[in-house]
Design a protein around this ligand. Structure first.
Ligand code: ATP
Ligand code: LTN
Length: 334
């Protein structure tokens, strides 16, 4: 399939922290194999991140960390377009135009805005409010067909589709209509301390989350402390959210089915099981951690990859941005 005829995948990741075992097993791991069938763009969305106050040096460092993780976890920069959002001005340009096609009533309904504005009551800025419009611009710039997202971003994708439909109704078929992409193995990894909630990088209790950079002893300690239940059977059951989660993690990491994992640990104690899961996770992460450390030491390589990605993204975005500008009536001859 030629580059041009391949369908487009776009996803954005905020450079606000270290990715977790949940984001790896539930999302990034599945993205690697998509590059043969799709043109894949993965954008480090630093412009979204400044909707919450950031320390400039940390934001810059976190951007490089995230890029290094994406490459270390298997997203080959030769096969995927990896870049920083702030280096492709088309994102900001389209976001402004789409702001004029998005109703305040629609933005008022966004649950993420309500949550974040209660969390950051001292800084409820206009960017936080129009965050979903910038996200819509990210997606629509590339005629994106599929958008890998978790549950929490579904409402934003719906808004993006509404805005695209509204624009197309007025000006003709300018934007492709994006669909959510749900990974075929839809693992939802839960917190180790709160197995009823998803494992998240912004959870305050660090024992709840395995960060991909955690050292082996830290990983094993966190698993040893994982919440289970008062029983002693290692099997999948609706009454055993903690055990279910540990079995799901073990199954994802080893490639064994849940039934195989259950029989491997039949008759064994929780303590032994938790240590075994911790060891399997830390062994699995080791090569990725080594590769990420190698990459992060080479800032000029990472900057070069990002610049090349930005050049490609700029080129892919240009025709759509030009069409949009012409459609709304801007003078387009330079
Ligand atoms: P935050 O805690 O800041 O909301 P997050 O931990 O949810 O962030 P993101 O960086 O927003 O992580 O997620 C990157 C991708 O990983 C998204 O596609 C998201 O749906 C997926 N993902 C994140 N956490 C999990 C999880 N626990 N299980 C499965 N998939 C996950
Ligand atoms: N809002 C998303 C990040 C994001 C994104 C995007 C995801 C920004 N632009 C475009 C998919 C497509 C988040 O917080 N996870």
């Amino acid at each position: 399939m030629s580059e041009k005829s391949k369908p487009i995948i776009f996803s954005g990741i905020q450079p606000t922290g270290i990715p977790t075992l949940g984001s790896f097993l539930g999302a990034i791991k599945h993205w690697e194999r998509l590059s043969s069938e799709y043109t894949c763009l993965y954008c480090v969305v630093d412009m979204h991140s400044i909707t919450v106050r950031q320390n400039p040096a940390e934001l810059r460092a976190n951007g490089r960390e995230m890029l290094a993780w994406l490459i270390a976890l298997g997203l080959d920069p030769g096969k995927n377009i990896l870049y920083y959002q702030s280096q492709v001005s088309a994102h900001a340009e389209l976001a402004w135009i789409l702001n004029c096609f998005t109703y305040m009533g629609e933005l008022n309904r966004m649950t993420q805005f309500k949550e974040k504005s209660s969390k950051h009551a001292e800084n409820i800025n206009a960017g936080l409010y129009t965050y979903p419009v910038l996200m819509a611009a990210d997606i629509l710039l590339f005629q994106t067909n599929l958008v890998p997202i978790g549950d929490d971003q579904k409402q934003h994708l719906e808004l993006c589709r509404d805005v695209a439909g509204r624009f197309n109704n007025i000006y003709g078929e300018i934007f492709a209509m994006p669909e959510p992409y749900i990974a075929p193995v839809g693992a939802r990894i839960m917190g180790l301390q709160t197995p009823e909630n998803k494992m998240s990088k912004s959870e305050e209790n660090v024992n709840d989350t395995i960060f991909l950079s955690d050292a082996p002893d830290v990983i094993i300690r966190k698993f040893k402390r994982a919440v289970t239940d008062s029983g002693n059977q290692i099997r999948v059951s609706p009454e055993k959210p903690g055990i279910n989660n540990l079995l799901a993690i073990y199954s994802c990491v080893t490639g064994k089915t849940l039934a195989e994992c259950e029989s491997e640990f039949a008759g064994q104690g929780y303590g032994h099981f938790k240590t075994a899961v911790g060891e399997a996770v830390s062994e699995m992460l080791k090569p990725y951690q080594q590769e990420q450390s190698r990459l992060i030491a080479d800032a000029s390589y990472l900057d070069k990859i990002a610049a090349e990605g930005a050049a490609k993204a700029h080129e892919l975005a240009a025709p759509t941005l030009a069409k949009v500008k012409a459609a709304v009536g801007f003078n387009t001859t330079l």
